[in-house]
Design a protein around this ligand. Structure first.
Ligand code: HEC
Length: 212
């Protein structure tokens, strides 16, 4: 049965109202604030249904996540996702490290530029932007503490030499950043930066260096 507006009305028309007669609508509710009045309209059906559905959804949500704990809350989801992310990262690193032996320094200018950016940002504080050496050794000469070939350089960068102050970059830099930085170091070889750090190698080189 559809209600007719006059039946829904709970308040009698205020006959003492000082408002003009056009305000005497049968739907008008008998209260007023600063001259603003309200009509007792029915709420639209769609709105009421949306309201019911949101109540049902609210209970379902509470049951699913908080009462029966079927679904994961944000914190658990975060832990699970980061674990998954770590696994992917470790798998990628393991794959990279097992393929190191077959890698060669890149000559691609985009990769060298990327390597330079990594070097200047991450390595220059210890090796100097020109590779001349500061805390870390000179990377431009022919003398290498940990071996001069590309694979040795990659291994040194990945594993670091923590006891001597060389950072372990495994997991800090991405494999492509490590390769780029190592390729960039190769371009520094043979350059002659001013005031280079004296040689620190333990291996006798085949050809003498200008710094000897
Ligand atoms: C906190 C200082 C520090 C930072 C930062 C650093 N290094 Fe080093 N690095 C060192 C030290 C110290 C050594 C020498 C280790 C030794 O004596 O065994 C070294 C050694 C090396 C070597 C081996 C050199 C040789 O003679 O065999 C390479 C290659 C190298 N670093 C590359 C890098 C790269 C690439 C980065 C940046 C991603 C970097 N380093 C960042 C301190 C640093």
């Amino acid at each position: 049965m559809t209600e007719i507006p006059s039946q829904r009305r709970r308040h009698p028309v205020n006959n003492d109202s000082k408002l003009p007669p056009e305000h005497d609508d049968p739907l008008l509710i008998d209260h007023e604030a600063d001259g603003i009045m309200e009509l007792d309209n029915l709420l639209p059906r769609w709105w009421v249904w949306l309201f019911y559905i949101s109540i049902i959804f609210g209970f379902a949500y509470m049951g699913y996540y908080h009462v029966f704990r079927v679904g994961d809350l944000q914190a658990t989801e975060y832990i699970k996702d980061s674990k998954k992310g770590d696994e992917i990262k470790h798998a990628a690193l393991a794959k990279f490290e097992s393929s190191i032996a077959s890698l060669e320094p890149s000559k691609d200018t985009a990769i060298i530029t990327k390597g330079q950016q990594v070097f200047v940002q991450m390595c220059a504080p210890c090796h100097r932007p020109d590779g001349g050496g500061l805390v870390g050794p000179n990377l431009c000469d022919d003398f290498w503490i940990h071996g001069s070939n590309y694979v040795d350089t990659l291994k040194t960068i990945i594993n670091g030499v923590p006891e001597k102050g060389m950072v372990t970059w495994r997991g800090v830099l991405k494999p492509n950043e490590i390769q780029a930085a190592a390729s960039y170091i190769y371009t520094l070889r043979g350059t002659e930066p001013p005031n280079p750090k004296p040689r620190e190698d333990q291996i006798v080189p085949e050809k003498p260096s200008q710094f000897e």
